[in-house]
Design a protein around this ligand. Sequence first.
Ligand code: GDG
Length: 482
Amino acid sequence: MNKTIIVSNRLPLQIAIEEDKLNVTPSVGGLATGMKSVHADGNGVWVGWSGITDEDLDEDLKPKVNEKIENAKCKAVGLTEADVEDFYLGFSNRTLWPLFHYFLEYTKFETEQWDAYKRVNEKFAEVVLDTIEEGDTVWVHDYQLLLLPQLIKDKRPDVTIGFFLHIPFPSYEIFRTFPWRQELLTGMLGADLIGFHTYDYERHFLSSVKRILRLDVNFNEITYHDRIVKVDSFPMGIDYGKFSNAALVHDNPDTKKSELQKRLDTHLNEGDDQKFILSIDRLDYTKGIPNRLRAFEHFLNTYPQYKEKVRLVMLAVPSRSNVPQYQKLKRETDELVGRINGEFSTVSWTPIWYFYRSLPFENLIDLYTSSDIALITPVRDGMNLVAKEYVATRTKQDGVLILSEMAGAAKEMNEAILINPNSLEDFATALDKALTMPLEEQQSRMKILQKRLKRYDVEKWAEEFFKTLEATNQIQEVAVSK
Ligand code: GDG
């Protein structure tokens, strides 16, 4: 039976070794969350790194770890400490991530790290090539593996390959600054179908292909050697049912309340017009956290009537804390929260509740369902699934989403209040508008958003991608037989 091989940097699980005991938990993050149902449904194998370096994996424990990985329908790619340092923390997160999110000032171009990137992409290729059988389809994910499609195609031209980029593809003017721009583009062109979240990212990619590689581009098809590579946009959805059902269970009076929910309820009941504004992100400079905090301060100064009436509940999930820019961001965030709380707090009110940790899924639902407003304001974001998850949990269709125009999700969520995350004025006006929005308007906006997200959920997204991949294959066969 033909299978789908999903390939991503990390496997959708985290393995911790504590005193010779293995602890396996599902990973947090957009990709893992999104692909979970696709992987569980199909006859698939997921190839990726387990999160444990070769050096940390004891020979005695190895068989046990591999068994756990295989039981989860996964196959591990072994990475050394040097690989993690130079390929992951280095090239992926200090070159490609900032460059593709328009943070040129954070972008480092180091040949040694580029070499590590090539080396690790080859390691992935080896495992994938070992796993492929005739008729299989390979679906490669994200910016850590941009060279992988061509490495597979070189050895197995018969295999159908899809590639999806989860982050923005930057405009040509940004991309052209990248020293190995040709290699990266040709690496991606090993795929038969290349998918992006939005039409803009697709357009930027095609423009780079035309101008850097000087290839023929016909609408969204690229002629590359004797093949046709199709490029399209597939806005990623969420597992809508999972979030809306969890919210329904949460709302049921018979469901036991979590400690967090009890605390939230206590504060919500303190005053009739106490409102919660929620923000959830990985602690990443692309997510616009300092801007949001400064804007919240500006809002409290501009609209002092909201003092003691609103609270910003901010969950920042630790991420890439070995990269210096993330450490700097952590310090800046801590300082801003401290300063704003110091400036405005009263004996009975703390304006910002700040959690720097990852929370279990149930607590995430507590936060989504208890918040009157979601304030999701990245300065750049490929899509942003948190915005979609918030909408899915609003069982009574109340609540307002304030969303940055710079998130890919904004393209499909016009009924949210869209703002420019660099404008303090936009923030303040949007917060005031959200806090005074009549319930009927909240509900009419929410209903449209929910209908759209429900129809185009993550399964539909994967289905559309596969359908297009299949169709691309047929174009290929026609082109070859001509
Ligand atoms: C990348 C792109 C694109 C967050 N905190 C907790 C938690 N989460 C879950 C959320 C959500 C996911 O993590 C975050 O997804 P995002 O899409 O918001 O952001 P990235 O991690 O940056 O993802 C992004 C995505 O890939 C998919 O293509 O949308 O643009 O940057 O699902 O629910 N989950 C739990 N506890 C937490 O504390 N359980």
